[in-house]
Design a protein around this ligand. Sequence first.
Ligand SMILES: Cc1ncc(C[n+]2csc(CCOP(=O)(O)OP(=O)(O)O)c2C)c(N)n1
Ligand SMILES: [Mg+2]
Length: 276
Amino acid sequence: MSETKEARRIRLETEARKLRRNVWRALRAGGGGHAGGSSSAADILAVLYFHRMRLRPTEPEWPDRDRFVLSKGHANAALGAVLAQAGFIDDALIDRFYQFESPFGMHPDIKVPGVEMCTGALGHGLAIAMGMAMGARIQKKGFHTFVMLGDAELHEGSNWEAAMAAAHYKLDNLTAIVDYNKIGQSGPISELIELDPLADKWRAFGWEVREIDGHDIGEVVDTLDALPVGKDRPSAIVAHTVKGKGVSFAENTYRWHSNNVDDDVHAKAISELGDT
Ligand SMILES: Cc1ncc(C[n+]2csc(CCOP(=O)(O)OP(=O)(O)O)c2C)c(N)n1
Ligand SMILES: [Mg+2]
């Protein structure tokens, strides 16, 4: 019997909650890291890895797999956690986050099965993902390429060069997801460099755009299921999110963009996230 919509929503919300707990678990193991951007991305990652993307965790280099590039590479705690939950890597690797000689570091490394690209220097992922989408077309393959960008990351001009090019090449097999949590490393986007009207900017660059609540699992599912939304156009999903989502002291503040995490802080976070 196929899964009902309601059952699917509950399953994905459960994975997302577990993902947030695993993020804080990784940060405790590493002594700290990027709680804010890892937590804002968690619901979208859960829907990508447990619903939308065609993947084979036991065959990570399956040629027809969908591709995911975490352009905002500092959120790697969340990527490693979702790869563990999906079965690409051993769960025990979460406890080796940011440790000596661990492949699971502060930023994604292709030594970790399931990681498509080393990222961390902001502003490169969209162009790389565009190359993957172009590669699919050249090889006549049906896989879809997803790339997740941070909002402050969009201050890098290279994104807009790639955005222009992807529209020019009509890459409808490419989707950019903006984790629009309105906060960068050192303050609110509105004080750094305003991005609004962000959806209109993508439209002006030739993209088909959807604006969603990035924590509403049902809305994320419906939006990703509808892809590609425009024929001959790449898709941009502007996902409104909350930086640090799920843990009150980390929510909506640049102070938890990156911070130290000890046993005490971890216990406080887990007491809010619950243990199931
Ligand atoms: C080229 C480059 N410049 C600066 C940094 C340092 N840095 C790491 S994260 C970050 C802010 C990113 O903010 P945002 O894209 O909004 O990410 P999120 O809020 O999702 O964590 C900066 C400036 C970097 N990683 N790469
Ligand atoms: Mg941000």
